[in-house]
Design a protein around this ligand. Sequence first.
Ligand SMILES: C[S@@+](CC[C@H](N)C(=O)[O-])C[C@H]1O[C@@H](n2cnc3c(N)ncnc32)[C@H](O)[C@@H]1O
Ligand code: SF4
Length: 438
Amino acid sequence: MTLEVFDIESLDLEARGVARRDGKVVFVEGALPGERIVARIAKRKASFDTARLEKVIKPSSQRITPGCPHFGMCGGCAMQHLDASAQVAIKQRVLEDTLWHIGRVRPGVVLPPMHGPTWGYRYRARLSVRAVRKKNAVLVGFRERRGSYVADINQCRVLPVHVSNMLLPLRALVGAFAQPDRIPQIEVAVGDTTTVLLLRHMETLTDNDIALLREFALKHNVTWWLQPKGPETVHPLNPDDADKLAYTLPEFGLRMPYRPTDFTQVNHAINRVLISKALTLLDVQSSDRVADLFCGLGNFTLPLAIRARSVVGIEGSSALTERALQAARDHGLEDRTGFTTLNLFDVDVQWLRDLGHFDRILIDPPREGAEAVARALAALTSAERPKRIVYVSCSPATLARDAGILVHEGGYTLQSAGVVNMFPHTGHVESIAVFDAS
Ligand SMILES: C[S@@+](CC[C@H](N)C(=O)[O-])C[C@H]1O[C@@H](n2cnc3c(N)ncnc32)[C@H](O)[C@@H]1O
Ligand code: SF4
């Protein structure tokens, strides 16, 4: 196809430049708003085209040199060519636009973005492994941006440096196994004092494979866990390592133990900022009874228990509520906390009423959001409502839908909302929103 000149108007969430040609939208990967570029149409669809960037004629002032040499080829990042503050500004606009287009709501106040480190922040990662017979090599990394191959990366700037430095040694390790092609992935979980590598293996490891793992663990100061089959088979190579993985919340004097497959916030530094901010926004008082919905292993519940009279944590995974209960016991908070395992996608107003009155509620759902919870909250009478709800979201679309329910069906006010820069250089938008009962 022929080369064409485009003027880029905006960015979509995958950080593709958006242009228009004869009224039709054209997405151009790598192009930035305000730029004039030359691109070649790659695919034509009924409602939009995609084009491949060939040359930037007039660059944006926000264009920067990507920090990672693999940017563009590796699918782990989408926005490294854009200044960090511009990335956040785009996410803020996406949040506001989505709240309006889907939920027909606007926050009274747009909160200043919450910032953390922009490099070395990714404390949890799933690395794909692929033995490439033709090249007689093993690749360990994220998927390529286009297609499903494992990206050939020898360093990664979003992983902590010590994990990035392990990428090449991990290739050599898997390459030395009896059956390298039976290793599909290695998960990484970086705790405060130990780093766990969880090896998925489709065949029984040989004695020599195990010896190689132990040697690697000593050399790189990591702890191996193994997964021979489904998630229930995950176990530490050395039984003594079962309780070593944990993160700390020093502001609250808490140590949160977890297993490498548990949900934990990916970016530990911003998680600490987020917890403190969420508690401040919730305006928790010492006399309050609080609910923490989708509480996971108690990341917000335990800090809340330190400030409030009592907290009820509700979560779908019994493994996580058990972990949360144990952490509450370890910190002497069991009298102020209660945990329930429940599917929160399937609740109604009667369920909420039966729990008794809550002064404040924190909601931190998965990408699917919390529609049933929002409907239950909207159906409460004025006297039954919590004074304030803080909603932490990893999907602007479902936050917007649930905000629409709370505001238009429940009469709550969306006081404020803002972005949390949890995943720099990616298209993920983490955000926080505050609702008040009127
Ligand atoms: C974004 S995480 C938040 C966890 C926790 N608040 C934290 O900060 O670590 C969402 C949580 O929702 C839980 N979850 C997913 N689907 C659920 C459901 N249908 N009912 C209840 N909990 C669910 C997941 O297990 C996960 O712990
Ligand atoms: S995920 Fe890592 S290797 Fe991939 S582009 Fe981002 S920083 Fe580079």
